[in-house]
Write a protein that binds this ligand. Structure first.
Ligand code: S3P
Length: 170
């Protein structure tokens, strides 16, 4: 196993990108945001990819770009919320680094996501009630994947240095 890469997993709105950036600075690792990487390589936004090519195209691309990280090391990767749940992505990440699930309560996810729905293709057309249901149902569906992570953390209240130490000690 390439122990040096760190994959941050978690639902949309769990703060993977923000934490990933800080963690990579702290550990002196490189940082990759998978969604941003896909957007750069594809030359279009995630929303556009969903709209023009559909979710199944996006999932294939997501896997392909994830696997292309193959040769890198000492990198923190912020994945997309669905990344661990498609194709063999979770197995692949477990083999290529340390996986950390950032666990956030449904209520907090709702608070964070309700004003940023427009940026996210899976949420765009949902009412607040539908968003609450979506979070509950999708989290339940994704839990078996997320819970395979090497480490589970609650994003609130944990000092980043403590988290960095926990990850390094895995
Ligand atoms: C998705 C999460 C998004 C992005 C895409 C699909 C999902 O990433 O990959 O819109 O299926 O949960 P973030 O978790 O970074 O928002």
């Amino acid at each position: 196993m390439d122990a040096q890469n760190i994959f941050l997993l978690g639902f949309m709105g769990s703060g993977k990108t923000k934490l990933g950036k800080r963690l990579s600075k702290l550990l002196k690792y490189s940082f990759i945001d998978l969604d941003q990487w896909i957007e750069e390589k594809e030359g279009r936004s995630i929303s556009k990819i969903f709209k023009e090519s559909g979710e199944s195209y996006f999932r294939k691309a997501e896997s392909a770009y994830l696997y292309s990280i193959n040769n890198i090391s000492a990198t923190v990767v912020a994945t997309g919320g669905g990344t661990p749940c498609f194709h063999n992505n979770m197995d692949w990440m477990l083999q290529h680094g340390k996986c950390v699930w950032i666990k956030v309560s449904n209520e907090e996810l709702f608070r964070r996501l309700k004003d940023t729905k427009d940026k996210r293709p899976l949420l765009r057309n949902l009412t607040d009630t539908e968003l609450k249901d979506f979070i509950r149902e999708k989290l339940e569906e994704r839990m078996p994947y997320y819970s395979r992570a090497h480490l589970v953390i609650r994003s609130d209240g944990l000092k980043e240095q403590t988290l960095a130490n926990q990850i390094l000690n895995l």
